[in-house]
Write a protein that binds this ligand. Structure first.
Ligand SMILES: NC(=O)c1ccc[n+]([C@@H]2O[C@H](COP(=O)([O-])OP(=O)(O)OC[C@H]3O[C@@H](n4cnc5c(N)ncnc54)[C@H](OP(=O)(O)O)[C@@H]3O)[C@@H](O)[C@H]2O)c1
Length: 251
């Protein structure tokens, strides 16, 4: 059966790797992100993929996706929330007074909650009534940071916020035959997350924290998402699956 799979952040990194997995399984894709050029490039390599440019930090952005999905496919079988980031690549507001630590904290925390929590909440709420029942799947991408912190705390907290939301959603949607799960990656290379990349020393440190001595790949996370969306994982719900080479245990 061909499923309709909506992937936020589907134009790059982990979201694009997930899109490739689902496309290889014969599913049809809706790719969501803000940069239309990025989405169109991704859609060009995935037969039948529909790019939908939208800023998911806004109700209008989420509504655009829901209306497009409703008008084109009707229902959503799988919803993958790949959109997010630590805010480091977002433009700083011109009016931000960088010498004021409270303004800086306000900016970082608001930005991270918008990028990581609100994007996922608004898109879920916009599509919630359209999730295939039974059989629908909702998948969040959290982070090892939700367990271990992330420096400022803001990114980590915004990812941790997804967990209780996912648990409550799993309870609410379980009777409809919809499962809801979270994947928590560790350090993953070859995505847009770190911009130009990490200093060699920081990279070495992150790799050394894994028990298998290697960085994660977008494919590691994508394959886990693909499995959680499969029929085989139908009795798995309300879980956080760690995909970080055991780095959450620490050495
Ligand atoms: N890479 C890692 O080491 C790592 C580790 C743990 C968790 N994660 C998480 O994995 C997810 C995917 O990140 P990635 O590593 O694959 O980096 P990425 O390549 O930068 O992917 C992030 C995607 O989110 C989209 N996005 C960001 N803000 C958005 C918004 N407001 N509305 C719609 N789309 C938005 C971006 O597209 P536009 O900019 O075009 O909107 C981009 O395609 C993120 O949630 C990230 O926090 C990453």
């Amino acid at each position: 059966m061909t499923r309709t799979v909506v992937i936020s952040g589907g134009g790059s990194g982990i979201g694009l790797a997930a899109a490739r997995c689902f496309a290889a399984g014969g599913d049809r894709l809706v790719l969501v992100g803000r940069r239309s050029g990025v989405l169109e490039r991704a859609a060009a390599e995935l037969p039948g993929a529909l790019p939908v440019p939208a800023d998911l930090t806004t109700p209008d952005g989420a509504r655009t996706v829901a209306e497009t999905v409703a008008g084109t496919f009707g229902a959503v079988d799988v919803l993958v929330h790949g959109a997010g980031g630590n805010g480091g690549l977002e433009p700083a507001p011109g009016a931000l007074d960088a010498s004021d630590p409270l303004r800086v904290a306000e900016h970082r925390w608001t930005l991270n909650f918008r990028l990581n929590a609100l994007t996922a909440v608004l898109l879920t709420e916009a599509l919630r009534d359209r999730l295939a029942s039974p059989g629908g799947r909702v998948l969040f991408v959290s982070s090892i940071a939700a367990y271990r912190g992330s420096g400022s705390g803001a990114y980590a907290a915004s990812k941790a916020a997804l967990h209780p939301y996912a648990f409550e959603l799993a309870r609410a949607l379980g009777p409809r035959g919809v499962t809801v799960n979270v994947v928590a990656p560790g350090y993953v290379e070859d995505t847009g997350f770190f911009g130009a990349g990490l200093p060699a020393e920081r990279r070495e440190h992150l790799v050394a924290e894994t028990l298998n001595g290697r960085p994660g790949t977008p494919g590691d996370v994508a394959e886990t998402l693909h499995w959680l969306a499969s029929h085989a994982a139908g009795h798995v719900t309300g879980q956080v699956v760690q995909v970080n080479g055991g780095a959450q245990l620490g050495r």
